[in-house]
Design a protein around this ligand. Structure first.
Ligand code: SF4
Length: 347
């Protein structure tokens, strides 16, 4: 049974896309070389998300760092001997790295790089909501603050949400799900779990348009449609593959189709092109009739990461993530449950 709430979405201010000065190829190479030296001097490693720029992804790979989804980013940090983790992504990713690695220094190019899901789920309001439903297990998406994770019983990422909710549903548990309502509905539909939803959404995925997508599919009848489950239900309904960033990248390499229509942040195209250079990739439509495109398939907060501020942060050591020890102690339990569950699935 699904329960819905009459919760109003918490207002979120979406920043404009950052405009970074364009670097010549010589300037870019020189900057990358300086960053590589600074990484060595600081005994630091880069942990980057698929939605960051191609330059940052390349640099992370060239220097022994990682480029991945938020689940793997969290795991990667725990396996490093480096003293400093530099997280290129959004704030909750830096916080998760710090929660799991309290002895390490965690730096980020810009601490204002947040996420509409995190912003739309303030800890105090969320705690009140949970307190009203004490018989529910609280499951929160990784895209939340440390305080919200501390209130949760479980943290999940899009890569592991389905098996964890299925597991809880089989145990007969009633679930509070936060913050992404689209991912929550998708998971509920797949598992039949009894779920109560927080009313949050991702500004990037929410803008994919189902009618315009139908039109593009008609123009490319042989294309496979790949959709991230933070997208609206009508967009998910048209997908050949629904999954995390890692699952969508895998689909491009594994499927025989030569053309793909992709409904997630455009940053993912860098890795897809790298792994499947001959395939045609089309951005799913965000604009179209009546659309007010704020993100246009590019997350403005992810865009706050660039070579320029990465170099600055390595020079200065500014933008360090700190977590209140009591909050950390609670939050680590719900994150660790997810990591342990994920490891048990791989055996
Ligand atoms: S793409 Fe969406 S979910 Fe990801 S960080 Fe940006 S706003 Fe958050």
């Amino acid at each position: 049974m699904t329960q819905s709430t009459a919760l109003k979405p918490h207002p979120v201010i979406v920043p404009p896309h950052p405009q970074w000065p364009v670097l010549s190829s010589d300037e870019k190479s020189a900057m990358k070389a300086r960053i590589k030296t600074l990484l060595k001097q600081r005994n630091a490693v880069l942990v980057a998300h698929y939605y960051t720029s191609g330059d940052l992804q390349e640099l992370a790979e060239e220097t022994g760092g990682c480029v991945s989804d938020s689940l793997e980013m969290a795991r990667f940090g725990t396996e490093q001997s480096a003293e400093t983790l530099v997280v290129c992504g959004v704030r909750f990713m830096g916080e998760t790295a710090k929660i799991l690695n309290p002895e390490k220094q965690v730096l980020m190019p810009d601490l204002n790089a947040t996420c509409s899901l995190d912003e739309g789920c303030p800890a105090e309001e969320f705690t009140r909501f949970c307190d009203q439903h004490p018989d529910h297990t609280v499951v929160v998406y990784a895209n939340t603050s440390a305080k919200v994770k501390a209130r949760a019983d479980w943290v999940v990422t899009s890569g592991i949400a389905l098996p964890i909710i299925k597991h809880l549903a089989e145990r007969g548990e009633k679930i509070i799900w936060a913050p992404d309502k689209h991912l929550g509905r998708y998971v509920q539909k797949q598992t039949g779990a009894d779920m109560l939803f927080w009313n949050g959404s991702c500004v990037v995925h929410e803008e994919f348009k189902s009618v315009a997508l139908e039109r593009i599919r008609r123009l490319h009848p042989d294309a496979a449609v790949l959709v991230h489950p933070e997208s609206p239900e009508e967009v998910i309904a048209q997908a050949d593959v629904v999954g995390s960033t890692t699952a969508l990248i895998k689909a491009v390499t594994d499927m025989d189709n030569q053309t793909f229509i992709v409904a997630t942040d455009g940053g993912i195209f860098h890795k897809m092109k790298q792994l499947a250079p001959g395939k045609k990739l089309i951005e799913a439509p965000t604009a179209g009739e009546g659309a007010t495109c704020e993100s246009c398939a590019h997350c403005p907060w992810m865009g706050m990461n660039a070579l320029q501020n990465l170099e600055q942060v390595l020079l200065t050591g500014n933008n360090e993530i700190h977590i209140d020890p009591e909050i950390r102690e609670q939050a680590v339990k719900s994150i660790q449950k997810m990591l342990d569950f994920s490891s048990s699935q791989k055996k």
